[in-house]
Design a binder for this molecule. Structure first.
Ligand code: NAP
Length: 247
């Protein structure tokens, strides 16, 4: 199904993990891609893989906390492909620690990347999308933002904040033809979760009714649904991709 044929999509943090999986799914649906990541070489390597598979890809170095960088990323997509049809705000980090041990710096870093980064992406992409009269923004939140997880006061707050931002943005932009939705993944097999201690991984898995972690592509396919016209009457929604965890 060529659900994104002729459309351009920017994905942040796309050099690996869920972002790269979204890129693979979008490429399979015919999208032209901007692969943005803070690690320039990793973005180029990911782009090379996608191009080898037949995709049209522009790798861009972008730190989502840098306003000029985000503005330039959106401008690069418009210049290369003529439009900015989809933005996936996916870049993310964790700096887990209990309240007792978490530093102000760890709190701010997580707020900066997730909340400010997502806001910058929404701001600059929507400027272009409102000119076009169409666009779809997909924000990657987390189930941690719904239920709050121990050791993640920073991350849970940021991911819950993304939900509020998604709904506010959806209301502002709906009449301009721009939709904004969010995804809350649960436990997904990526570098972010591979860093978890085995006992913590097992504890999380025990809470998943489906009894397994998600593969990144399973988040990618939900992102495709929200990015494409399949979800044309949906805005301001939050879709949980959790195998039933914390339903
Ligand atoms: P990942 O494998 O660590 O990938 C995140 C990517 O974002 C990396 O390529 C990283 O680059 C990049 N990045 C970090 N800071 C950035 C910045 N300031 N600007 C641009 N790019 C930046 O993580 P993931 O598991 O795929 O997670 C992707 C998204 O899903 C995140 O928003 C995460 O919070 C969310 N999520 C993940 C899970 C899960 O179970 N994995 C569950 C719920 C939600 P470097 O590696 O060079 O830092």
């Amino acid at each position: 199904m060529d659900l994104l044929e002729g459309r351009s999509a920017i994905i942040t943090g796309a050099a690996q993990g869920i972002g790269l999986a979204i890129a693979r799914v979008f490429a399979g649906a015919g999208a032209r891609l901007v692969i943005a990541d803070i690690d320039e070489q990793a973005a180029k390597d990911a782009a090379e893989e996608l191009v080898a598979g037949g995709a049209t890809v522009l790798p861009v170095r972008c730190d989502v906390t840098d306003e000029d960088g985000v503005e330039a990323m959106v401008a690069a997509c418009a210049a290369e492909f003529g439009s900015v049809d989809v933005l996936v705000n996916n870049a993310g980090i964790t700096r887990d620690a209990t309240l007792r041990k978490m530093t102000a710096e760890q709190f701010r870093q997580v707020m900066d990347v997730h909340l400010f980064g997502t806001w910058l992406g929404m701001k600059y992409a929507s400027l272009k999308m409102r000119e076009q009269g169409n666009g779809s923004i997909v924000n990657i939140s987390s189930i941690s933002g719904k239920v709050g997880l121990v050791g993640q006061t920073n991350y849970s707050a940021a991911k819950a904040g993304i939900v509020g931002m998604t709904k506010a943005g959806a209301k502002e932009l709906a009449h301009l033809g721009v939709r904004v939705n969010a995804i809350q993944p649960g436990l997904v097999r990526t570098a972010m979760t591979e860093a978890l201690r085995p006992d913590i991984w097992a504890e999380k898995l025990a809470g998943v009714p489906m009894g397994r972690a998600a593969e990144p592509e399973e988040v990618g396919r939900v992102a495709l649904f929200l990015a494409s016209d399949l979800s044309s009457y949906m805005t301001g929604t939050v879709l949980e991709v959790t195998g039933g965890r914390h339903m």
